[in-house]
Design a protein around this ligand. Sequence first.
Ligand SMILES: [Zn+2]
Length: 638
Amino acid sequence: MRQKIFSFLLIFAFVTGGAAQQKRASGGGAAEARLRASVSYLASDKLDGRRTGTEGARAAASYIASQFARLGLKPPGGKSKTGYMQSFPYVSGVELGKTNAVTLTRRAPAVEGEPLGGGITTLDLRLGDDWTPLGFSSNEKLYTLPLSFVGYGITAGDLNYDDYAGATLQDRIALVLEGTPDGDNPHGDFARYTDVRWKAVAARDHGAKALVIIAAEDNFRDDRLSKLSYDNAAGDAGLPVIVISRQAAAQVLGVSGVPQLAELEKRVASAAVTRRSATNSGGSATYPIMDAVNKASFLEQSRLTLATSIVRKDAPADNVIGILEGSDPQLKKEFIVIGAHYDHLGRGGEGSLAARAGEVHHGADDNASGVAGVLELARLFKSGKLKTRRSLLFITFAGEEEGLLGSNYYVNHPVVPLADTVAMVNMDMIGRLKDEKLIIGGVGTSSGWRDLLTMAARSTEQKFATTFNEDGYGPSDHSSFYSKQVPVLFFWTGTHEDYHKPSDTADKINYEGEAQIISLISNVVTLIDQTRERPAYAVAKSESQGRTMGFKVYLGTIPNYADSSDGLKLDGVRDDSPAAQAGLKGGDVIVKLAGRDVHNVYDYTYALGEMKAGVEYEVELMRGTERVKLKITPAARK
Ligand SMILES: [Zn+2]
């Protein structure tokens, strides 16, 4: 399950059913043993956390394919084992290219008798020791540009705070501090601005040619920004972004050393806080400390020449697909998709909630449990006891943790027509059943789902305390199908303290509970199949998204997180939302919003943070090859 958006769930919940503590009938033991075997293998150290693009993920995919083969599912891509694989493009990481260089030149101030100054000094910064480009930096060469120091480099409309106020960055390089005026406080007002992505957007927005960030750690190699990383969902920054060591920064700023830099930093932080409270009470505070730094002849005389080169590494990534043909000559042309993602977080990094990277993130609940569910359902339906008239398409996705990449690829490259796909059932984290509490999402995506679920529950021996969630969008792969108007159902046993940590291990799975959930899902699938009419697609009531980002406005767009490199692509818009009223549609690519260029989801979110409810803004988008301008008026977030 994806971390970034998962807290949006569970806002409007409707509780049905009662928790009955029934003992299971005998015969479930075999299913439990099979679930345990699959989860134990997938969540073992050997598979190394199954990060998409790694050896561990490939081993998981090949395990699933061989299980599909053993069960006799049909590979959509031909007879061999690779016939079960659907490859999609994936960037597994970034590395430094050949041309990375930073040179600082400085003309010494004029002295008496030497009107041209004391000559030019040159300092080459050493790559890796003094500086490094960030993984999302653009590749560019820039020559002898002047620098402006702009504090933390934060423009926060929602906080009435702007480090760039009064500064002109046109054809200059922005030099900023890492972090925010309230340090690393995760609950501070500035918490979301700790992400350097925002600093990059702000710098580009103010016309800067490049962004140079001063490391927070005295030892450069300890600084989190000194390690290259890449986010598949967000693309590149649109300008070079580099981090420099504090030792190098002291040289650039002309302070005598690292302790003096820390002193300067303290003064900037306290000035920032004072300035913010002044502007918030209506006054216009100046920023004397920043002026002082910028007017110091030292920085004024400095010029930076830089070349950045980041190489993106492509890695194999596969969805694994097996088909079980239906028994009815007509209905077998229709498909019910049963899916779960098999990738996880590898050894931490992006998406991990562990204190430090390096340990295997086992992902037993997230989502070996769902994969075991897919295999068990395939076995149940293949064994003949529960033969379906419609065909079943079993699919396990990769790239989910990085932004639903695999399912997004599938719905844009389906192996059977989406028009014939009557429903999608997704399982993500179904291994921690506690007090019989089960969450079912997507309940509003077909008008018949509530009745069908009630009926399925009635014919299932175990009773659950079920929470229904209307929305078809959510933090897992069913979202991709719902965006293509396929009715979806999403099964989930909720979050827990081991979520996205190495401690999500196989021994903590409630296999008996999972077997009960599988039994319920098999009844659900059977009921979908027994209805002659396919489930009618409905637009579900939306959950309140964006609340956790602290936005005050609401547009009702459904961004496509997997495909937003040149503009922000929309999977859809919510009915009756400001976006719908403005005339936006699924497939549109937003390139400008409220006067800001939008290259990726960060730019978009940034613009959103600046907008006010009830005010009309211009939105520019690409619709196919056509550039369209529309007016949009955000609503207040309730
Ligand atoms: Zn997850």
